[in-house]
Design a protein around this ligand. Structure first.
Ligand SMILES: [Zn+2]
Length: 340
């Protein structure tokens, strides 16, 4: 007998496997893959969608876990994560990719110790003039790169069994280089096989347009993509167009000095009725590998202490605040293939 329960179990399994039917929206029982395993998307709660625990800017050719002491990073980052947790944060998306200091075991330990749900990623970062791309990108095909990322989704990252919760890539400003075009194509192929959302560090609005064209050529819908660092594009028309197409627009540089400009970004989107496509975060943290004690670690508190009060002051309702920080992250990171 096909009961409601079996239906829910089966559809849950389908969603977890990334087999959401084309055209379907992520269902309430959709899941997000955290470093501690799958989680009902509705359980993410208040989510900081673009942060970093650790970053190593040495470059792909020298990047290695031998360059830092994981325990020292753990002890440095934990009080900052706890401080965000005390302020009502329940989930944090770590956007540090492979070859830039990604360490999923460290994130899993920090999730357990802080009580936060933490999400990590697969994929490569092609911005910063490709300094963080491993050499094999230049000889591999997009399909071969995607095969590596799909393997991380299926088997876990670097033998840990810990699985990525999204695809992290990046390009500089337009025009995209051949390698940058290739990793966006690889992200599209990976999305279709895994249902993982694609977050793209993006140099400017024209780059966002180019990326979307590549994704669409592969049959991926705009709603599968997060435009990371949208605040770097001063022309709000690009944000509005991207959101109208169904894409996610991430204003993720909130700091005490950028509260006003981020409020303006949100007001523009609200005026157009597009707050449901917006994500907001700090891009903070950053234990800097190679600097004494990790250098200056930026806290994750500004959104709670300053930005949300500023939103209220500017007339944003509690529902709109929940949309941006609770409902949108759950929809943006829910696993599910978004095929055209
Ligand atoms: Zn970042």
């Amino acid at each position: 007998m096909f009961t409601r329960r079996t239906f829910l179990q089966q559809s849950g399994a389908l969603l977890a496997g990334g087999l959401l039917l084309p055209g379907a929206r992520p269902a309430p029982e959709a899941t997000v893959m955290t470093v501690s395993g799958p989680l009902g998307a509705g359980k993410l709660g208040f989510t900081l969608t673009h942060e970093h625990v650790m970053v190593d800017f040495i470059g792909a050719d020298q990047s290695s876990p031998d360059r830092y002491k994981a325990d020292e990073v753990f002890n440095t980052a934990l009080p900052f994560l706890r401080s965000a947790r005390e302020r009502g944060c329940t989930a944090l998306v770590d956007c540090t990719p492979a070859y830039l200091g990604r360490n999923v075991q460290l994130l899993q330990r920090l999730a357990a110790a802080s009580g936060l749900h933490i999400v990590s990623n697969t994929g490569y970062y092609g911005a910063a003039k490709e300094k963080y791309l491993p050499a094999h990108v230049h000889t591999a095909t997009a399909e071969q790169l995607a095969a590596r990322w799909i393997a991380e989704w299926k088997q876990g990252i670097e033998g840990t069994g810990i699985r990525p919760g999204f695809i992290k890539t990046g390009t500089d400003k337009a025009p995209l280089t051949p390698a940058q075009q290739k990793i966006i194509a690889a992200a599209a192929i990976t999305h279709l096989a895994t249902g993982l959302t694609i977050g793209v560090h993006t140099g400017n609005g024209e780059a966002a347009v180019e990326q979307l064209a590549i994704l669409q050529k592969h049959g991926v819908r705009p709603s599968a993509k997060i435009w990371i660092h949208a605040q770097s594009e001063p022309d709000a028309a690009y944000h509005i167009t991207a959101a109208r197409q169904g894409g996610w627009v991430s204003f993720d540089g909130v700091s005490p000095s950028s509260v006003a400009s981020h409020i303006t970004c949100l007001q523009n989107m609200k005026r157009e009725g597009l707050l449901k496509q917006v994500l907001v975060s700090h891009d903070a943290g950053w234990y800097h590998v190679g600097e004494p004690q990790g250098g200056n670690f930026r806290d994750y508190n500004c959104i709670f202490d300053t930005f949300i009060p500023a939103m209220r002051q500017h007339g944003f309702t509690q529902q709109e605040i929940s949309t941006v920080f609770i409902e949108n992250p759950a929809r943006a990171f829910a696993t599910g293939v978004r095929k055209q």
